[in-house]
Design a binder for this molecule. Structure first.
Ligand code: SAM
Ligand code: CA
Length: 253
């Protein structure tokens, strides 16, 4: 029988109040549930800002709540943004705004995030929390398919090399198209982070693994993306096994 991965385009999310609720194991590829709980209990729970906790709960209650990033992953992204001194950023794929809020909290007061999503409705679920957190002024949300919006940005030479950071977490079939645009939009030394690059671990599954058709297709797309960026001389990469896989591409000069 074909099995479905824990992939975000497939699964329904469960509720959960603390980050250590058992449903949250869907958000990691770690083999040991207790080890993942340990990470959440020792690093996320004591540090997670109340607004992120609130938006995580709102997102988990959504029928497609599994699409929201993992709490340890957004904690990592927040620290990465601070290490980079990021100010000018973009997010492709917003959903309820959970990773967006984590980004907004990590940026300085005059930081900016261009947030792209085809669906404004789900963003509006998180918007009251974003306002309450006092970071809405950093966000410029644009509704629509991301690719033409990125092309619009690229059409203006002045935008090239201006982004410090990009987080890509939308339609996986466009990741390579996003990469071609973003590699020109980020500055030298800037980072593009691609989410779900291990696709539930299926990228390493044997050819006869009993995967559902959507998973087989997404797994193939993800493998093609991974091998293309690994061979791209314009970036250096690091493929992290956090959450569902996160690939960092740092633009080289
Ligand atoms: N980054 C969010 C987080 O961590 O909370 C989760 C984003 S969710 C996995 C993917 C989002 O991508 C959905 O909200 C969907 O509407 C959006 N999306 C799908 N195709 C898109 C496209 N072509 N352009 C822009 N957004 C798209
Ligand atoms: Ca994701």
């Amino acid at each position: 029988m074909a099995t479905s991965t824990k992939g975000e385009e497939e699964q329904k999310g469960g509720g959960g109040s603390s980050s250590s609720s058992s449903t949250i194991h869907a958000k990691t590829l770690l083999k040991s549930e207790s080890l993942y709980h340990y990470i959440l209990e020792t690093s996320v729970d004591p540090r997670e800002p109340e607004c992120l906790r609130e938006l995580r709960r709102i997102s988990a209650a959504h029928p497609r709540g599994v699409m929201a990033s993992a709490p340890d992953e957004v904690q990592f992204l927040g620290m990465l943004l601070k290490i980079l001194n990021a100010k000018n950023t973009i997010e492709v794929g917003v959903f309820t705004g959970y990773s967006l809020l984590a980004t907004a909290l990590a940026l300085p007061h005059d930081g900016k995030i261009l947030a792209l999503d085809t669906n404004r409705e789900s963003y509006e679920l998180g918007l009251p929390v974003i306002h309450k957190a006092g970071v809405a002024h950093k966000i410029d949300f644009r509704e629509g398919p991301a690719l033409p919006l990125l092309d619009q940005l690229l059409a203006d030479e002045k935008n090239k090399g201006t982004l410090d950071f990009a987080f890509v977490d939308a339609d996986k079939s466009n990741y390579l198209n996003y990469h071609e645009r973003l590699v020109e939009l980020v500055r030298v030394g800037g980072v593009i982070a691609y989410d779900n690059t291990l696709w539930g671990g299926t990228v390493a599954a044997p050819p006869d693994a009993p995967l559902s058709e959507p998973d087989r297709m997404l797994s193939e797309i993800t493998r093609a993306f991974n091998s293309t960026v690994a061979a791209d001389p314009r970036v250096e990469i690091s493929h992290l096994s956090i959450a569902d896989g996160l690939t960092l591409c740092r633009r080289l000069g």
